[in-house]
Design a protein around this ligand. Sequence first.
Ligand code: NDP
Length: 480
Amino acid sequence: MEKIQNYIGGKLCEPQSGNYLDNYNPATGAVYSLIPDSDKSDVDKAVIAAKNAFPAWAALSSEKRMGFLMAIADKIEENLEDLALAESKDNGKPLWLSKAVDIPRAASNFRFYATAIMHDKTDCFDMGEVAINYTIRKPIGVAGCISPWNLPLYLFTWKIAPALATGNCVVAKPSEVTPMTAYLLSKICTEVGLPDGVLNIVHGLGHKVGATITEHPEIPVISFTGGTSTGQQIARVAAPMFKKMSLELGGKNPNIIFADCDFDDALSTTKRSSFANQGQICLCGSRIFVERPIYEKFRDAFVAQTKKMVVGHPLDEKAKLGAVVSKDHMEKVLSYVELAKEEGGTVLVGGKRVILDGEYANGYYLEPTIIEGLPFNCRTNQEEIFGPVVTIMPFDTEEEVLGYANSTKYGLSSTVWTSNLKRAHRMAGNLDSGIVWINTWLLRDLRTPFGGVKQSGVGREGGFEALHFFTEPKNVCIKL
Ligand code: NDP
């Protein structure tokens, strides 16, 4: 059975303890590889390697760093088929999705930040004949990057690329649930000759490896994407140490559909925003609010189309939904369907586990699920489910739906469907979220600020926001 290895100081290596954890294929429910069960000693080794590599990496010209990152992007593209297959096997998502989204985006992340550093600039504050100020930005040192399982390589590289581009060295931990593509990335880094210790990948459990990265005194900056409660634990440890933190956390995003929308576009996009990646995208619109004049028409069409969505194994080209990531997660999602029923909801479609044939019979498959008849403030409508489960309810006024939309502790993204430009602009201004999509969903420009408000996070990723996050400004004032 394949043994995933840590990547420390440029070498693939066993965990110091020699212990490994099982890695499951969610499509079959079977263990198919082993993950290092790393601990503090591995993180310490990685931090030493990163610290040693830092002075030379930080001193490299932007062009040279760009060259390494572009080479990594090229190799990801060259290996797209293998990486996509590995991602789908590890995560359960359809292969067509890994090929179309996850792996191309990982290459784009490296390419985007490789070129971004060539266009970055710093400020100058001219005090006339008195003085001139200029601000330089320096890399911080060793950055800790911790990522989740839903978009494994996509989100892992979204952190690593800006950290490396700006001259930091990195100690990174992918989710223990989906470690495979991070492991393959470490091999790519070796192939392109990334200097030893610039990127270090330590696999293992959150409460061991993740917690050690968080509390490590030699790691002054933490970029984390994951659940809100894990983010709170990280903040509790890192804030008193005055670490710089970027926390991208959970969401419970509203999808607001006005009667004057482009009905067909809203319908087909809502299918995607509800069930893409088995609903396991932090940006999925899990609460659907439809203006009353079109409520029944929209609901019935949405239910009818959802019934036709095929749930299948990742290699099944007809499958719109693959497996959810783990048995625990499947059980958590199903428990929310039960909760919704207890809270008075009606399951219009779905709600059950799907059992496939043959080797896939023990995989973790769920039906896409739509629930109606719940109040906006019940637990089902307030807590993040992070699976293929959405609720739908009617509304009458803009004010009313804003109240529903803004009622949760989260504030990551919102979607609004309307052909009324003034209303779109008004809604965008009044929605409590870091991202608002009007008449679209998940249309991404990597230059834009990405992140949430309230308990969806602290700080922003994307574009110059990330370049600034991974650097410290230093102002120099010269008296003339
Ligand atoms: P978790 O918070 O459980 O885990 C995220 C990462 O943190 C994993 O690598 C995990 O390791 C690690 N971790 C766990 N405990 C600790 C700890 N005490 N200290 C440091 N690190 C720790 O999230 P999930 O992996 O379950 O991902 C799903 C969540 O991520 C959802 O809430 C989703 O909304 C959110 N998310 C947010 C996004 C955003 O941009 N805002 C984007 C994508 C997802 P291990 O896997 O070993 O537990």
